[in-house]
Design a protein around this ligand. Structure first.
Ligand SMILES: C[S@@+](CC[C@H](N)C(=O)[O-])C[C@H]1O[C@@H](n2cnc3c(N)ncnc32)[C@H](O)[C@@H]1O
Length: 240
């Protein structure tokens, strides 16, 4: 892993520090708080990946590397630069890299808004549960479009807007009342799961997020809601 390539903003420092504090329990709480459905969501994301001539898929906000590994399982010929600005999150995933799949996953500590990659150097980009944390999003979109080859795909998995009522409000009650309490009870960082609920509620509905992607310059955009819209897969392409 390389060292950070950027001078972090207060927001970036706070987000990175928060993920650093929960890195040790991140995977466990992901499975537990989502009742295991997160594995399926990441599988759907990896299935949207399309490989081209570079055979490189950039996994952004890669965290503990589950998406990077899912990409390699679907595309054994792919090389996967796995970028995250939180070193402890990447470090926590390193033990998963034993074996052939792991050798083609290249963890790098860097900011999604300042990617250490040349122009048009990757076929596809994935980002799971990361874009919600990045401000301003336009800067990340601009970098994604810079490093994608023309015609390349960005596949963005993110929670739907928590403001939309799901399962007659049962999910919203779980998100805003139950989940932060369970997270605060067991996690070392008491703010992390309140932050999770707050950022999900502040995130735009799918149709507006698609507009953002189009305004940033992506074409052929579409989205697919998963699990009644709790999560949404967004796809867009760099123009040819
Ligand atoms: C909720 S975790 C998701 C991790 C992984 N993609 C997954 O599916 O489990 C969000 C990750 O985004 C990273 N992140 C947030 N903002 C970032 C930025 N500006 N640049 C790089 N990584 C960022 C955090 O450090 C954290 O590891």
């Amino acid at each position: 892993m390389t060292e950070p390539n950027y001078d972090p903003s207060p927001h970036d420092s706070a987000v990175s520090g928060m993920f650093g504090a929960i890195a040790g329990t991140y995977d466990f709480f992901n499975r537990f708080l989502s009742f295991g459905i997160d594995i399926y969501w990441r599988h759907v994301l990896a299935s949207a990946v399309r490989l081209g001539d570079t055979k490189r898929v950039l996994d952004l906000a890669a965290g503990t590397l589950d998406v990077s590994l899912a990409i390699r399982r679907n595309y054994p010929q792919a090389t996967v630069p796995a970028i995250d600005f939180c070193h402890p999150m990447l470090a926590r995933g390193l033990h998963k890299l034993a074996g052939a799949d792991g050798r083609s996953i290249l963890p790098v500590t860097a900011d999604a808004k300042h990617l250490p990659l040349p122009d048009a150097s990757v076929d596809c980009i994935t980002i799971a549960f990361g874009i919600r944390n990045i401000l301003p999003r336009e800067e990340a979109f601009a970098e994604m479009l810079r490093v994608l080859r023309p015609g390349g795909r960005a596949c963005i998995l993110e929670f739907g807007s928590g403001r939309e009522r799901i399962w007659k409000g049962l999910y919203n009650f779980y998100l805003t009342r139950i989940l932060p309490r369970i997270g605060n009870l067991f996690s070392r960082d008491r703010t992390a799961y309140t932050y999770l609920a707050d950022t999900i509620c502040a995130f735009p509905p799918a149709v507006l997020f698609e507009d953002e992607m189009r305004s940033a310059g992506f074409v052929h955009t579409w989205y697919r809601k998963l699990t009644s819209g709790i999560v949404c897969l967004h796809v867009g392409e760099k123009p040819l």
